[in-house]
Write a protein of this length. Structure first.
Length: 316
């Protein structure tokens, strides 16, 4: 056990130090770009025009930024995927299906149930939860400032948001997998052993509050973030979780193999980034599979299911 812990700490230290160096380089490069290409002035001017157009109405600004923009990002992205799920076209997308032969095409009755549940979770849970969040953000005093945060600070916030979400999601997700809770709460989400994008928020209301919404909301509330940062983070979080559930390993997008394997096997890969899964050993089975070999960004056009196929099944 001691040796295992030392190995885990060494790998964690390596990942952290490498990530820190890459993050520093990214921040410096991005900051130079933003300052020298004057995009910062463009966004600042656009924000002031929008702020004045809304006459400084903070509630309307918050509602548009924290509810409408992320919702449009979610349904716009998933709308494209749903065309492929329902029609099987374009074949360019369906070639990248992870679980071959599943949802080909998707069961429309099951799909409509997922869409209705997702809409219900958004309108009756996510949006009402924005009310207390609004007053928390308002108490910070800078969430509706006329001055936008610097791009460098936004990258720092984004890193903190990601870490907070990873910790909260991992442990709340494992909690709802407890046998006492799974049957009544989390089983609904796992009706889809081969998920699609919209299933990312297909969940029991309690799970949607505890595991889906609070982990994403907590970071901005801790940081007292600007509404523009909140809007960008919420949109990014919804698109990222949609990619994780979409069922397609598409070129140049983050790999969904990790979470897709969770839906397939149930007791592996609980987190988002995979760091806590490694430390807790909840990715041990995943690491022994071809799915783990495919868990990388696809930089070409050949589907990884073809270049790294599953081994042939042994004859009975």
């Amino acid at each position: 056990q001691g040796e295992k812990l030392r190995d885990a700490l060494k790998i964690s230290a390596y990942v952290f130090s490498t990530g820190l160096l890459m993050f520093t380089a990214l921040v410096n490069s991005a900051s130079w770009f933003m300052q020298n290409i004057t995009l910062g002035n463009f966004w600042q001017t656009a924000w002031l025009e929008f702020y004045n157009c809304m006459e400084g109405d903070e509630w309307t600004i918050f509602l548009l930024g924290a509810a409408l923009v992320p919702a449009l990002a979610f349904w716009g992205f998933n709308g494209i995927l749903l065309v492929a799920d329902i029609t099987g076209k374009p074949t360019f997308i369906t070639r990248y299906r992870i679980q071959l032969g599943k949802n080909d095409p998707v069961d429309t009755k099951k799909l409509w149930k997922a869409i209705y549940t997702a809409l219900g979770n958004q309108f009756f849970i996510s949006f009402p939860m924005l009310v207390p969040m609004f007053y928390i953000m308002k108490s910070w005093g800078n969430s509706f400032s006329k001055e936008l945060p610097t791009f460098q600070w936004f990258l720092v916030e984004l890193s903190i948001f990601t870490v907070v979400e990873e910790i909260l999601f991992y442990y709340t997700h494992r909690l709802v997998h407890h046998p006492v809770l799974y049957k009544y709460i989390h089983k609904k989400h796992h009706e889809w052993t081969a998920p699609i994008g919209v299933v990312s928020i297909y969940a029991h209301p309690i799970e949607h509050i505890v595991s889906n919404t609070l982990p994403v909301m907590t970071g901005p509330m801790i940081m007292g973030s600007h509404i523009v940062s909140i809007s960008a983070w919420f949109s990014l979080a919804l698109i990222t979780t949609s990619i994780s559930h979409c069922g397609y390993h598409l070129p140049f997008l983050p790999s969904p193999e990790f979470h897709d394997f969770h839906h397939l096997k149930f007791n592996q890969c609980y987190g988002v980034l995979g760091v806590l899964d490694f430390l807790h050993g909840t990715d041990r089975v995943f690491r022994q599979t071809k799915a783990f070999e495919r868990h990388k960004v696809l930089l070409g056009l050949t589907p990884l299911s073809e270049s790294i196929p599953e081994p042939p099944k042994k004859a009975e």
